[in-house]
Design a protein around this ligand. Structure first.
Ligand code: FAD
Length: 385
């Protein structure tokens, strides 16, 4: 009879959260299996801008996580022995021409490093592609940037080198005896483990709810345009709006908890935050529209979103008007309280954990993965609350 392998940890999802955590657990000599459904190019990690807003903490606890995050990134290419395309670069937060620059700037007064307010001329000197007519000013923050796909692959490669195992199969359910989780099921296999850790991004919610676990992790369905590396666009900065509508959408959405019980409808109006970033390989991501559709598997018409992003980009960066692009969508998870990611042990169950729902997931996943791995080893993981 075949001896069934029992893993110390089985992680569901190979975005940046699952990849960083898999590596940190295996580094601590645990026997770890990472299950990823499709090596997706349409995950939040692969469509992300890859910005590292380490300056943006508004309290000492968050600032210490962000500072630890940037310190990890400054050394991560060396630690993983792979190029993650880390670079320090300016973030330009554009202030719309209808907005009062001083008033917008005050929203950032609590930040650990307060961004500098620039007038229209200085903003356009820093980023000559900006349309001066579209803005009333901008804020400049000393930001940093990585290629999130490269970060995830680097973590996964290092994980495999230290005896970690990755299998490309979709988890379709859990093996459990009453409230004790013993493993997971895929279409063709069963895998057994003592700690089952859900790192499935926007799909974490439906996966956990499939066995009756109530979650406080939500998601948007976001649309992003990708421009291939064959272009001669020179973007000096990463661009985002100073008034980010996504944050208020997240806060409104988590208050609509009862609407999340209905499957399907768009429960709030979508929002658009025009942003642009150029990666070191020359490709660009232009975004982003966030839709609130409670069924994660809904297929929606991308044309409308594509047109909205295109017209926003044409207004702010008119020289990108004719650049060819492809349109993509992904789920982006977030938790009820942006300062409290949905990470920890699931109450009333044993053997099951959640790791995700991070705000600024690219920056914080490596730090939180280290902390979570240490807590697994010390058996000191807190319950989700
Ligand atoms: C346009 C855009 C810009 C962004 N910009 C930034 C930024 O500048 N800085 C920043 O810090 N963050 C940014 N983010 C947010 C960041 O990308 C996310 O917080 C982060 O990528 C989340 O990673 P994750 O691994 O938790 O989730 P995901 O990347 O969604 O990964 C989840 C993985 O789980 C897999 N999976 C799901 N279900 C199953 C299953 N049943 N079985 C097996 N596998 C499964 C999926 O295929 C996927 O690969 C941005 C996001 C978007 C969309």
């Amino acid at each position: 009879m075949n001896q069934q392998t029992i893993y110390d940890c089985i992680l569901i999802g190979g975005g940046i959260s699952g990849s960083a955590l898999a590596y940190e657990l295996a580094k601590n000599k645990l026997k770890v299996l990472l299950l990823e459904k499709d090596n997706s190019i349409n995950s939040a990690t692969s469509l992300s801008y890859g910005g590292l807003p380490y300056w943006a903490g508004t309290n000492s606890e968050i600032s210490s996580i962000l500072t630890e995050g940037i310190n990890i990134y400054r050394n991560l290419s060396d630690e993983l022995d792979q190029n993650i395309e880390f670079q320090e670069l300016d973030l330009l937060l554009t202030i719309d021409n209808g907005e009062d620059p001083q008033k917008v700037a005050r929203q950032y007064n609590q930040c650990f490093h307060i961004p500098e307010l620039l007038d229209i001329q200085s903003a356009c000197q820093l980023e000559p592609l900006l349309n001066p007519q579209s803005i009333s000013g901008a804020l400049r923050a000393s930001h940093a940037h990585v290629n999130p796909i490269r970060v995830s692959i680097a973590y996964q490669n290092s994980f495999k080198k230290i005896a970690g195992k990755i299998i490309y199969e979709e988890v379709t359910g859990f093996l459990h005896r009453e409230n004790e989780i013993e493993g997971v099921v895929t279409k063709s296999n069963k895998y057994f483990g003592s700690h089952i850790i859900v790192c499935a991004g926007g799909l974490s919610r439906s996966l956990l709810e499939s066995i009756g676990i109530k979650t406080e992790v939500y998601f948007t369905n976001d649309v992003v345009l990708k421009v291939s590396a064959q272009n001669n666009i020179r973007l000096n900065t990463m661009l985002m709006p100073a008034t980010i509508k996504r944050f208020s959408l997240e806060s409104r959405m988590s208050k609509e908890d009862s609407s999340w019980q209905q499957i399907g409808p768009e429960i709030l109006e979508s929002i658009i935050d025009i942003g642009a970033v150029k990666f070191q390989d020359g490709s660009l991501h232009l975004g982003q529209i966030s839709h609130v559709i409670t069924d994660p598997h809904t297929k929606f018409d991308l044309n409308w979103s594509q047109k909205q992003i295109k017209s926003g980009i044409d207004r702010i960066l008119p020289s990108l008007m004719d650049v060819p692009f492809t349109t993509h969508s992904c789920l982006v998870a977030f938790s009820k309280d942006p300062n409290r990611p949905w990470m920890g042990k699931v109450p009333h169950w044993s053997g099951i954990y959640s790791f995700g729902g991070f705000s600024a997931g690219i920056l914080v996943a490596p730090v939180l993965a280290r902390r979570f791995a240490s807590a697994i080893i010390d058996n000191s993981i807190d319950y989700l609350s």
